[in-house]
Write a protein that binds this ligand. Structure first.
Ligand SMILES: C[S@@+](CC[C@H](N)C(=O)[O-])C[C@H]1O[C@@H](n2cnc3c(N)ncnc32)[C@H](O)[C@@H]1O
Length: 235
């Protein structure tokens, strides 16, 4: 079950999300993803955006004429996305649970930007992706890298702390989950995906409130292809 705080926080964040993530550069993950998937896009495709938020990635994909489906747990994020993407199918759901899509919906590509860090088990998301993505289809996702020597990213599960944006009323946050590349690659392979490309990047900068130090927050982006039958493994 998704934590109530994640939904409440993102509902409130939705009002200012585009303002606090722009200008382009303060939250680099959507453009990093778009750069990677652009050569693979065409207007015949159906693209599913997991954790679509206000639609920062999907609005760029929509320019190619792709059919869009978005899933997000926060209804207010979906309302913002709906204003920009009136013809997209937008569904309110937790991506860790079975997705509210018919098994006859053929997805050509899945994107998941800035959402998997809130999910404790990537295995579940990869297995569900394998069930909905057509054979040969692509998944492009970001995750927060576990960096044992980093003062900020050395813990697999971050402690709860004050939330990032001051304009959203302060409350205790939810944890962020981090992975190593080896772990992610293993889970992808178990779900019958093969990695086509991956690289690290700085997704944003974080000012630590205790001492005002500014840190790079490092993510990795992965482009992978479904190469085998969907996997019914229990996780
Ligand atoms: C940081 S925003 C990223 C939004 C967008 N993908 C982007 O890159 O700008 C994370 C989004 O994921 C959603 N989210 C977090 N956990 C989720 C979950 N378990 N299931 C569905 N959506 C989730 C939040 O509501 C929020 O809209």
């Amino acid at each position: 079950m998704i934590q109530k705080t994640i939904v409440e926080y993102n509902n409130e964040l939705s009002r200012i999300y585009d303002e606090v993530t722009s200008p382009d550069g303060s939250w680099t993950a959507p453009s990093e993803c778009f750069r990677l998937i652009r050569p693979h896009l065409n207007g015949d495709m159906t693209v599913l955006d997991l954790g679509i938020g206000t639609g920062l990635v999907s609005t760029k994909i929509a320019e190619y004429g792709c059919k869009l489906i978005g899933i997000d747990a926060a209804p207010e994020m979906l309302s913002q996305a709906r204003r920009k993407l009136p013809s997209a199918l937008l569904l309110c759901a937790n991506i860790e649970e079975p997705w509210p899509l018919s098994k006859h919906t053929h997805i050509d590509m899945i994107v998941a930007v800035g959402v998997l860090e809130f999910v404790p088990s990537l295995a579940k998301v990869f297995i569900t992706s394998g069930k909905h993505l057509k054979l040969g289809g692509l998944i492009c996702f970001t995750y927060e890298e576990l960096l044992p020597n980093s003062p900020l990213q050395r813990l697999r599960r971050s402690p709860r702390g004050a939330l990032l944006y001051k304009k959203v009323p302060r409350r205790l946050s939810f944890p962020v989950f981090r992975q190593t590349f080896v772990e992610v690659k293993q889970e992808l392979e178990l779900a019958h995906f093969t990695i086509l490309h991956h690289h690290k990047f700085v997704a944003y900068h974080l000012r630590r409130s205790s001492d005002n130090c500014v840190f790079d927050v490092t993510y990795r982006i992965v482009l992978a292809q479904r190469v085998g039958p969907s996997n019914d493994r229990e996780v």
